[in-house]
Every structure is written in C-alpha cells, then in structure tokens.
Design a protein around this ligand. Structure first.
Ligand SMILES: [Zn+2]
Length: 330
C-alpha cells in the first residue's frame, strides 16, 4: 500500500480524494517576525480563521490540501495539525526553502561560503522527512523547491541537488515554485540529471505561462504540472484566468489530462500585516479564494466539453498518481 504523510500521520494515497495541490493556510514573507508593531501573534485568532477556511473548502467536497509553505515563511505544522484535527481535512505540509528573492537566503548563503550548506540542506530535508519536524513528530509529505524568474540561482541549485538526493533515498514527492512560470523545463532537467524520479515531481505555477508549447517541454519530460494560481490576475506578472483556461483546454485537447493539477495558491492568513491593494487591484483579485475553481472555473471547463472524469483527475486522481509515483505516459 502506498502512503503519504499528512500532519496527522500517514494515509493511504487512495484516501486523498478531492485535493487542492497548493494552498497556504498561513504565510508570511520572512521579516514579518520583526514587524511587531501589531502586537503579539494571536494564535487562537489565526487558528479560528484557518478552521473557517478549511470548513469552506470541505463544503465543496475537498478532502485534502497540500500546504507547501516553506520553512522560513511561517510554516507551522502544529497549527496545521490543529486545523486538521478540528475539521477532518487532510493536510500535507512541506520541508523546503523559498526562492532567493523572497525567501530568507542569508543563513544558508553564509554557510555556502563556508562550504557546508548543501550537505546541511540535505540533512535538514532528511531529518524532517524521516524523524519529523523539530521534535513534533509531524512529517512533511513533500519537498518544496523554488527558483527565480528566468534563473535558478547558485543558492537555489543547492536545494534542487539536495532534494534529488533525498528523494532517491526516501521516495518523497517534490513540488516546485516557478517564478511567473519560468524555468520549468530547466527545473525538471536538473532534478532528473541528479537522479530524481519524474513520476514524483510536480512543477508548480506553470499557469504563469500561456504558451502550450512551453508547457509541453515540461510535460514531455514525464512530470506533472500545477495550474495552481487561479484567481491571481495581473499581480506578480500573472496572466488572466481566461488565458489560463485557454492554455489548459489546449493541453487537455492534446491528451495531457493525467499530468495537470489545479489550485489557487491562496494565502488565507497573512503573518505580519496583510497586503494593501487599491480598488482596481482588489477588483481584479476578487476571486482569489480557495473555492474559486469550483465556483467559476469548473463551469467554464464543463461548457467547453471537459468531462466529469477529466475534472476528477485535475482535482484528485492526478494527486493520487503523483503520490503513488505512478508513471506518466509520454
Ligand atoms: Zn505558494
């Protein structure tokens, strides 16, 4: 029986059910810890808000959420465990660091200068995966990797190489962040070159790119991809949802229905101050919530002739095969 680690322990992959592959219950850009002007972090309020979000998703039939919050961006496996225990929603958390521009690189960059960082990143991944995170006993179900726009920096490459090595030893799934959909093909090539299993890789945020030919350079290497930013429009270089839908339909038409998973990349509770948006931006981002796909995207897919069987794959079946490491036909 193939299993995957959730924040409440391992489950059979067959039990994943309807899955959102990329949502953040809580997230903070590194540095939020220093902005203490708002007073102490109120965990009770955060937990209550996050439980509300979990219940909303469940009301649409969602059974599993992958929360790929990187270690340095406010990852809190115990909070996720409390959300899961309160609601029954299955939550998979991550081990990993964010991309150089928006993560917290000084620590491992300093150690990179000392010549020890890559081995230490390997040890960090391996320890969290085999023993649990910081004494909690909670184990990540994925490694989260991230690269910059149009570049995988030397700093980021350490994480990619270490992840490939750990995956060979543990079989864990690798989930990535591409900045505006760039460097997808290069992420896959690099991971495979270092021995990672393409059947256990999902390249994230690929919907930032609207050219199906570009997507095929990733898909034809035998990995899965995330159309996982529905609702994020214009902001951070994102396309419009209707452009995402057009790209998705083109890929489905070309037979890639076993390799794509959907999500919104929502941040449901911001650590530190929440973002400030002007009226125009608020309008264009109004659908950025963790059930937008069910409310607005699925109806338009159905109208275009996408079947219920295909939708089930995009929101669950393909997660089962990803976590089972089932091979993709290319
Ligand atoms: Zn994300």
């Amino acid at each position: 029986m193939k299993t995957v680690e959730t924040v409440t322990g391992p489950i059979s992959v067959d039990r994943l059910g309807k899955t959102l592959i990329h949502e953040h219950f809580i997230f903070g850009y590194p540095g939020f810890q220093g902005d203490v002007t708002l007073g102490a972090y109120k965990e009770d309020e955060v937990l209550e808000a996050a439980i509300g979000v979990a219940r909303l998703m469940q009301s649409y039939g969602v059974q599993t959420v992958v929360d790929p919050t990187p270690n340095e961006c406010g990852r809190n496996p115990q909070l996720l465990q409390k959300i899961s225990e309160a609601t029954g929603l299955q939550i998979i958390c991550a081990t990993g660091y964010y991309y150089e521009g928006e993560g917290a690189p000084p620590y491992f960059k300093f150690r990179q200068g000392l010549g020890t960082a890559e081995e230490e990143i390997y040890q960090m991944f391996k320890t969290e995966i085999t023993e649990g995170i910081a004494g909690t006993g909670i184990k990540p179900g994925i490694i989260k990797l991230a690269s910059s726009k149009n570049e995988i920096t030397e700093y980021e490459k350490m994480f990619f190489r270490a992840a490939a090595r750990v995956q060979k030893e543990t079989g864990i799934v690798i989930l990535t962040h591409t900045q505006e959909g760039t460097m997808g093909p290069e992420q896959v090539s690099m991971l495979i070159e270092h021995g990672a299993d393409p059947n256990k890789i999902i390249i994230g945020h690929m919907c930032g790119n609207t050219n199906p030919e570009y997507h095929k350079k990733v898909l034809d290497q035998g990995v899965r991809i995330g159309f996982d930013r529905f609702g994020i429009q214009v902001l951070v270089g994102a396309p419009l949802d209707h452009q995402r839908v057009t790209t998705l339909l083109s890929l489905l038409e070309q037979g890639y229905e076993d390799q794509i998973l959907l999500a919104h990349d929502t941040v449901n509770v911001w650590l530190g101050r929440p973002p400030v948006m002007n009226e125009q931006v608020m309008k264009i981002m109004e659908n950025w919530n963790p059930v937008h796909i069910f409310d607005h995207i699925l109806p338009s897919l159905r109208e275009s002739g996408i079947t219920e069987k295909q939708i089930d794959k995009l929101l669950g079946g393909n997660a089962v095969s990803l976590f089972a490491g089932a091979s993709v036909k290319v």
